[in-house]
Design a binder for this molecule. Structure first.
Ligand code: DX5
Ligand code: ZN
Length: 214
């Protein structure tokens, strides 16, 4: 069974509560919240107040994906309203210190790599990571096409994690749909982030259930 973390980037935030209830009914495992600062990525989304509001209305664990420059500056605020907190390897913070800071707030840690960053870049950090997020699109926008080379990176990470008997999960984000989700699971992905595929579907609950069965 795959772990499903729907990305709410493409939602209508004023009617979003209905969608949350549908996701709860489908038994989603996490809610993927994409935070963008317009500097690390060429897009701006939302920040702490929106996450705090979402948290008030659901018990679904919050999986926050920071796409911000020098994320160490904001770890305390985001860790306090998230269950899982991830930031980019390439974002200009001391990665070890930032992972330790996330853990110090009792939050699960995640490091994220962009499409051009090799999987081996994070091998030294695996002991500190509850999850590694492999981007299968350039971060910044929903609705892009899955990059097939992400599959090799997922497999490489998974085999390193197994070799070292770690429990780190591998998450994949970008372009996940009915065709690419089974490929990602076969490559070794534990957690699938899916945005447009879930929220543009006619039946959110059914779409999530089908993904979960993979
Ligand atoms: C992109 C975000 C993704 C995005 C995924 O930078 O990190 O989480 O919302 O959207 P889809 O599933 O449409 O590619
Ligand atoms: Zn994301």
């Amino acid at each position: 069974m795959a772990i499903i973390s729907p990305s709410v980037l493409t939602c209508d935030f004023l009617t979003f509560l209905d969608d949350i209830k549908k996701l709860e009914a489908a038994g989603v495992d996490m809610l993927h919240l994409d935070v963008m600062d317009g500097i690390f990525v060429p897009n701006i989304s939302f920040g702490v107040p929106v996450i705090q509001s979402i948290r008030k209305h659901t018990n679904i664990p919050i999986d926050t994906h920071l796409m911000i420059d020098k994320p160490h500056r904001y770890i305390e605020q985001f860790a306090k309203c998230s269950d899982w907190l991830g930031f980019h390897y390439e974002a200009g913070s001391d990665n070890i210190e930032t992972l330790k800071a996330i853990k110090s707030y009792g939050c699960k840690t995640c490091i994220t790599i962009k499409p051009k960053t090799p999987a081996s870049a994070v091998f030294d950090l695996l002991e500190l990571c509850d999850m590694v997020l492999v981007m299968s699109v350039e971060p910044g926008f929903g609705g892009q096409k899955f990059m097939m080379h992400a599959l090799d990176k997922i497999t490489e990470l998974k085999s390193e994690i197994k070799k070292r008997s770690l429990k780190t999960l591998v998450e994949v984000d970008g372009g996940i749909n009915a065709e690419t989700a089974p490929l990602a699971v076969k490559a070794g992905a534990d957690v699938l982030v899916a945005g447009s595929f879930v929220f543009n579907s006619d039946n959110i609950t059914e779409t999530v259930k089908k993904l979960k069965e993979l």
